[in-house]
Write a protein that binds this ligand. Structure first.
Ligand SMILES: Cc1ncc(COP(=O)(O)O)c(C=O)c1O
Length: 360
């Protein structure tokens, strides 16, 4: 087996134990004579996989009983439309905090259906920080407030959740779900594409407070209505069955390792190693403001495009892959999700030290 350390932002590295388990059961799932991919989604074997995944996610995030967990198609991007279509009342107005390209896409989509008030933005500094907000900045009469908890491209995370009073808080948690403890009851909706910290692309997770279900705008397509999916246990149509199965294996893997709190400790250790090096480096600089730093995505630069390119090339040759920054910002980015082992970050830091010495 020759695995590299894969720092991709998504689809991202998966735990090797999960891949091996899936491989073992690929052709014949536990004596059923068929692959999970080939099973009817309504068979008792598949229902056990699906409900088990849902229950384990509930356990991992301590999701209260008054929240539905949905496994949907369409990625996080479909939620950019589903959220306003399902939460807009007759007022049709929402507050958004703009912390990056994904927030902007969510804002653009909500604007198609109602009024968006951008309460705060960090666009003035290429989104390298999380803007501070106070409760009086939010409209108490808004249908919801939307934030992107972790900004994959710029490597920023909300250090604490904004105070939004009784207005439902909606969080796009695509790139830091299950990486740190969140109090789900502080949110009206949490959503995430799976392909960073959960499993393969193809399934999006939506955790939605039950009282927010059932009020979709009349124009809402059937497939975009939370009530349809909640009433049908996420099986209104064929669910992304194999992606949910692998996500379920990741949930088991997380539970075996002590759950989210244990992962958070390891994530802080990994990120601490990398930021610790960056803060003392004479060549590399982290680009996110210290108070807004993400433990999941760590962007950094040398200050020279040529050196950045040389670094990426040499790192790739050493088995440290996909370190190129997002095409919109350049430089480097190490995505160090739950499945990235501590050894992977150590190997990266060791190589950065070596590169720094050789390129003074
Ligand atoms: C924070 C965030 N939101 C949304 C998306 C879009 O997710 P999807 O490709 O599942 O639509 C991404 C993808 O990278 C992301 O990082």
């Amino acid at each position: 087996m020759s695995r590299v350390y894969n720092f991709s932002a998504g689809p991202a590295t998966l735990p090797v134990e999960v891949l091996e388990k899936a491989q073992k059961d690929l052709v014949d799932y536990q004596g059923n004579g068929v692959s999970v991919m080939e099973m009817s989604h309504r068979s008792s074997e598949y229902m056990a996989i699906f409900e088990g995944a849902k229950e384990n996610l509930r356990k991992l995030m301590s999701v209260p009983d008054n929240y539905e967990i949905l496994f949907l198609h369409g990625g996080a991007s479909s939620q950019f439309a589903m959220v306003p279509l399902n939460l807009f009342s007759a007022k049709k107005k929402a507050d958004y905090i703009n912390t990056g390209a994904w927030s902007k896409k969510a804002i653009a989509e909500a604007k198609r259906y109602g009024t968006v008030n951008v309460v705060a933005s960090s666009e003035d500094k290429t989104f390298n920080y999380i803007p501070k907000t106070t409760s009086d900045m939010f409209d108490a009469d808004a249908d919801y407030v939307h934030i992107t908890t972790n900004n994959t491209i710029y490597g920023t995370t909300f250090p604490s959740l904004p105070e939004v009073g009784n207005v439902p808080l909606v969080g796009d948690m695509s790139s830091n779900i299950l990486s740190q403890d969140y109090d789900v009851s502080k949110f009206g909706i949490i959503y995430a594409g799976a392909q960073k910290n959960i499993g393969p692309a193809g399934v999006a997770i939506v955790i939605v407070r039950k009282d927010l279900i059932g009020n979709a705008l009349d124009i809402t397509p059937t497939m975009f209505n939370y009530k349809i999916h909640a009433d049908n246990g996420s099986m209104f149509n064929t669910p992304p069955s194999y992606a949910v199965y692998v996500a379920g294996l990741v949930f088991e893997w997380l539970l075996e390792r002590g759950g989210v709190a244990a992962m958070q400790k390891i994530n802080e250790e990994k990120a601490g190693m990398l930021y610790g090096f960056l803060d003392n480096s004479s060549l590399f600089n982290g680009t996110a403001e210290v108070n807004s730093r993400s433990t999941m995505n760590v962007p950094f630069v040398t200050g020279s495009d040529d050196l950045d390119a040389k670094f990426i090339k040499e790192a790739t040759a050493k088995g440290l892959k996909t370190l190129k920054g997002h095409r919109s910002v350049g430089g480097m980015r190490a995505s160090i999700y739950n499945a990235m082992p501590v050894e992977g970050v150590k190997a990266l830091v060791d190589f950065m030290k070596e590169f720094e010495l050789n390129n003074k």
